[in-house]
Design a binder for this molecule. Sequence first.
Ligand code: TUI
Length: 317
Amino acid sequence: MNKDVFKDNSFCKMLGIEYPVIQGGMAWIADAGLAAAVSNAGGLGLIAAMSSNAEQLRAEIRKAQKLTDKPFGVNIMLMSPFADEVAQVVVEEGVKILTTGAGSPAKYMSAWLGAGIKVLPVVPSVAYAKKMQQSGAIAIIAEGCEAGGHIGELTTMALVPQVVDAVEIPVAAAGGIADGRGIAAAFMLGARAVQIGTRFLVARECNIHQNYKDLVIKAGDIETMVTGRRTGHPVRALKTEFSRSFVKIEADPNVSNDDIAKLGSGALRAAAVDGDKAKGSFMAGQIAGLVKKEQTCAEMISEMFNEFETVIKSVKL
Ligand code: TUI
């Protein structure tokens, strides 16, 4: 597509990228290789800090710096036991862009802003979007519950326009987007960028177990479900032996919340690293049904934005 299309796009200008697409900060999945591939293809690649302690993250950041000279960022999952230490490492390593998820980054904001870091919090509600704007966020990523992983209550369709109306800073849409039609729809809701996770799970440069990729590719439209509602940490994942038995155990009043939390911990690693269908939580969004083949990140991005251009030029009224 014609590169000039996004020359005035707020996210492209603000982040120094070519296409207004941010890769989801997928815990245990998004490593330096995936982040660099997305950035080299003109989007914003992200390294997920969730699974790393300070030194592992430092090594991953340095690896990405060798793999790309384009902008990339780090995603900090705020429920991570390593959140405090990785929040410091990103400053020490000169990371320029951060996204955050699963909580409020308020306590780190002054250190990050002081270091000149651009912070884009992922939020599930208008209230959080407003709070984050007030704390100095440069943009908001509004994530609907079609998304994979830890989710809020609202759908992308309902959340995005309400967040757009509530804040002055630019908004990216996340959850349920995997092709040019989804990107066009997000723009119609007032978003100026999208965040994409599920489609990048099957990128050639995404270094997860092949079982995970195969499950995403063969998933149909109704093959995700939400676990963890009872403990207040709802997570969308593919329907597997593990997620089905998880919801059954959750429904049992004789099982304590602590035991449920124990059951969940380690489940994403078991999926991403071991491809273990009995113990793994294969987090993926509802749009998995649309994701049909492995491609490189560059192929995915160029296909999605070509499709976007065609779609916006051929809207039928
Ligand atoms: O963070 C995500 N998605 C994630 S994080 C993750 S890692 C994980 N592993 C095991 C169990 C649970 C998670 C997998 N997927 N998306 C962004 C997001 N943030 N969605 C919802 C929120 C959110 C929720 C609550 C943001 C702020 C918030 O604030 C609550 C509070 O009280 O601070």
